[in-house]
Ligand binder design. Structure first.
Ligand code: DX5
Ligand code: ZN
Length: 232
């Protein structure tokens, strides 16, 4: 359903949360030159998570600055109220948290109705089973490997099991959603995530934290690709 012809098996989605917001276009471009095929945009409202970041105007500006799809991760309460504005601003992928949506099915349909790829996100403490009724209607499932709210946190290894469960359920139910991982992805954790089934790799600090974003992206993608060769 969601896998398009020619779509790479592994994709790097740098999180702009760790970029220099005053040089956003430049930083995004460097990551794309390093092999990123998506840009991950972390939207935080100060309610669902204890931090505030950006809204649709920044997405609209980024949309003009780059051609790669924008993957908007909404860490907000009442996402239905804002989904149309993000889609209008140019979000190509929109994900919402299972924990934030009382009427999750309706919210996912709302994303679809605006023409964006449909994603659902699980916090570290939320089991995969909570998605059993909606797995057939999403393009991707995002497994949080840190508690959402901040960049630069430590990867939680226990979340690998959820990536394995999702990959197994996808096969058993003959579904086609992709598995995305977000939080603490770096050179020392990316191989475990890829071997567990992650295909879309979000990384903030590892790309924009220090050094050159282009070189950081190249190194992380290479480590991810090397891990697929050793995937069980
Ligand atoms: C956390 C965000 C992540 C975060 C990833 O709430 O959803 O996207 O920015 O950053 P790193 O890779 O630094 O953990
Ligand atoms: Zn994110």
């Amino acid at each position: 359903m969601s896998r398009e012809r020619g779509q790479p098996a592994l994709e790097l989605a740098p999180s702009i949360l760790s970029a220099d917001f005053a040089r956003l276009g430049e930083h995004a471009q460097a990551a794309v030159e390093g092999g990123a095929t998506l840009l991950h945009v972390d939207v935080m409202d100060g309610h669902f998570v204890p931090n505030i970041t950006i809204g649709p105007p920044v997405v609209a500006s980024l949309r003009k600055a780059t051609k790669v799809p924008l993957d908007c991760h909404l860490m907000i309460e009442d996402p239905d109220q804002y989904i149309p504005a993000f889609a209008q601003a140019g979000a190509d992928w929109i994900s919402v948290h299972q924990e934030a949506c009382i009427h999750l099915h309706r919210t996912l349909e709302l994303i679809r109705s605006h023409g964006a790829k449909v994603g659902v996100v699980l916090n570290p403490a939320t089991p995969v089973d909570t998605l059993s009724e909606v797995l057939g209607m999403v393009d991707y499932v995002l497994v949080m490997s840190v508690n959402p709210g901040f960049g630069g946190q430590k990867f939680i290894p226990a979340t690998l099991e959820k990536m394995r469960q999702l990959a197994a359920q996808r096969q058993a139910k003959r579904l086609d959603f992709r598995i995305e991982v977000d939080g603490g992805i770096a050179l020392d954790t990316v191989a475990d995530a890829v071997r567990a089934g992650a295909e879309v790799l979000v990384a903030g600090n590892a790309i924009f934290g220090k050094g050159d974003a282009k070189a950081n992206a190249q190194k992380l993608l290479k480590a991810a690709c090397d891990a697929t060769l050793r995937r069980a």
